[in-house]
Design a protein around this ligand. Structure first.
Ligand code: HEC
Length: 214
C-alpha cells in the first residue's frame, strides 16, 4: 500500500511527462483479438460484432429481444403456457395487489392510490373495463409487464415468468366479469393453451429453468 502510493506519487511528480513510458504487457495493452467495433477479415459480413442468430431466445425469456415489428406481432400472439388452479388465481390477485394495485387500483380500474393522490401524472390503464384493454391480447400484457409501457416501468425483475402469467390470468378473470371475453385460463377450462398457442412461441417460456420456480 505504502509502496504503491510512493510509486504513484513518483509517476506524477514534477512536470508533465512527455514520454509514454514502458509497455509492460504489450499483448494486453494492444489487443491481439479484434476489437468489438472494428472491421474483421474473418467474418462473413466484415464486422467483428455479430448479431445473435435470428430467433435466438435468451435463457429465461419467452421470445427474442429484438423489438422488430415481427417480434411485436409474436408478442401479441404469445399465450400463457400455463393453466391456473383456484389457488394460483388467488396468488395472481395477491401479486397484482402488491405490484400493480398502487397504480391500477385493487379494483383494476386505473384509480390506484398513487394516481388518486395526484402524485402520479399519467392515468394508469383501466384494466377492469377500459375498452382497449378488454380486447388486449394476454401476450401484449405480458410485453407490458416485461418491458413496461410509457410511464409504467418493467416488472420483469419482480415477477418471474409463472407469476407474470398468474397476474395476467387474474386480470383476464376480472375482465371476463366486466364485459370481456369468457375466461379461458382456468385449469379446468376445456380449450387448452397448448392448442391455441404456436408451440415455438411458448417453448422458451415452458423450458425456462432459471426464472420459473414452478
Ligand atoms: C407506477 C404505476 C404503475 C404500476 C405500478 C403498474 N402500472 Fe401498468 N400502467 C401504468 C400506466 C401509467 C399505464 C398506461 C401506459 C400508457 O398507455 O401510456 C399502464 C399500462 C398498463 C397496461 C397496458 C399496456 C399497453 O400496452 O397499453 C397493462 C397491461 C398494465 N399496465 C399492467 C400492469 C401490471 C400487470 C402491473 C403490475 C405487475 C402494472 N401494470 C403496474 C402504470 C403502472
Amino acid at each position: 500500500m505504502v509502496a504503491g502510493a510512493a510509486l504513484f506519487a513518483a509517476c506524477n511528480s514534477g512536470n508533465i511527462r512527455r514520454n509514454p513510458g514502458k509497455t509492460y504487457a504489450p499483448d494486453m495493452t494492444y489487443s491481439r483479438a479484434y476489437d468489438a467495433y472494428t472491421a474483421n477479415p474473418v467474418t462473413h459480413n466484415g464486422l467483428t460484432s455479430q448479431a445473435p442468430v435470428t430467433g435466438t431466445i435468451a435463457r429465461g425469456h419467452a421470445l427474442p429481444d429484438h423489438l422488430t415489428e415481427v417480434d411485436t406481432n409474436a408478442y401479441n400472439a404469445l399465450q400463457s403456457p400455463y393453466k391456473f388452479s383456484d389457488k394460483e388465481m388467488e396468488e395472481g390477485k395477491r401479486l397484482f395487489n402488491i405490484y400493480c394495485g398502487i397504480c391500477h387500483g385493487t379494483d383494476l380500474d386505473g384509480n390506484g392510490p398513487l394516481y388518486a393522490s395526484g402524485k402520479f401524472a399519467s392515468m394508469p390503464a383501466n384494466l377492469k373495463s377500459g375498452a382497449a384493454y378488454l380486447v388486449m391480447p394476454a401476450g401484449k400484457m405480458y410485453h407490458a409487464i416485461m418491458y413496461g409501457k410509457n410511464m409504467m416501468g418493467s416488472y420483469a425483475a419482480q415477477l418471474d415468468v409463472h407469476q407474470r402469467w398468474m397476474v395476467i390470468a387474474y386480470i383476464k378473470k376480472i375482465q371476463s366479469e366486466n364485459g370481456g371475453a369468457p375466461f379461458t385460463m382456468a385449469l379446468n377450462s376445456k380449450d387448452t393453451a397448448a392448442a391455441a398457442a404456436p408451440v415455438s412461441l411458448v417453448a422458451g417460456g415452458v423450458k425456462d429453468t432459471v426464472n420459473n420456480k414452478k
